[in-house]
Write a protein that binds this ligand. Structure first.
Ligand SMILES: Cc1cc2nc3c(=O)[nH]c(=O)nc-3n(C[C@H](O)[C@H](O)[C@H](O)COP(=O)(O)O)c2cc1C
Length: 155
């Protein structure tokens, strides 16, 4: 089984979680690729003129994990643009995670996961795990481990 972890990460936090998740899944014997969505220039919340540079191909993977930062209580525009342009996720199983600074799921975590789920389900994916990593120091390590454990159990 080929697992693809595809993330957008502005400052590296989401990428760091994805790297650790990749390492954990590889230790369990899975074949995992980690790919990043990149943009021509940084996109501010609300910006709609997004030019994607690296556009990972979902067709290479049977199982997908998408990760994104929360920005302005919503899905980061770069990840939104990437997910929107995917032609189809029919027959694929998808897990989702977000990273965020503020405590509590209601400061953008739930909303962002909901936005990601809606796009993925709309393209035919079966959405499985959903996790929030809180980057605030007090909860960071605990929630990273929880995310890795929980999403790892999906396979
Ligand atoms: C423009 C902008 C808006 C943000 N808005 C939120 C927010 O609404 N809620 C939150 O918890 N964190 C917010 N953050 C913090 C990021 O979600 C957090 O630092 C995240 O881990 C960054 O991930 P990255 O390093 O992969 O880009 C925001 C960060 C930026 C740059």
């Amino acid at each position: 089984m080929n697992i693809g972890i595809i993330v957008y990460s502005k400052t590296g936090n989401t990428f760091e979680v994805a790297s650790r998740l990749k390492g954990s899944l590889e230790q369990k014997g899975y074949s995992v690729s980690l790919e990043q969505v990149t943009l021509e220039k940084d996109a501010k919340p609300g910006e709609k003129d997004i030019k994607l540079v690296n556009i990972p191909d979902v067709e290479r993977y049977e199982q997908l994990i998408f990760g994104s930062p929360v920005q302005a209580f919503s899905l980061a525009e770069g990840m939104n643009a990437y997910l929107e342009q995917i032609p189809s996720l029919e027959g694929k199983e998808v897990s989702l995670f977000v990273t965020k600074q503020l405590p509590f799921a209601w400061t953008g975590g739930n909303r962002t996961l909901g936005q990601m789920e809606k796009i993925c389900a709309g393209k035919g994916a079966k959405v499985r795990g959903k996790e929030i990593v809180y980057w605030h120091e007090k909860n960071r390590e605990k929630t990273i481990k929880q995310c890795i454990d929980s999403l790892g159990k999906q396979f």
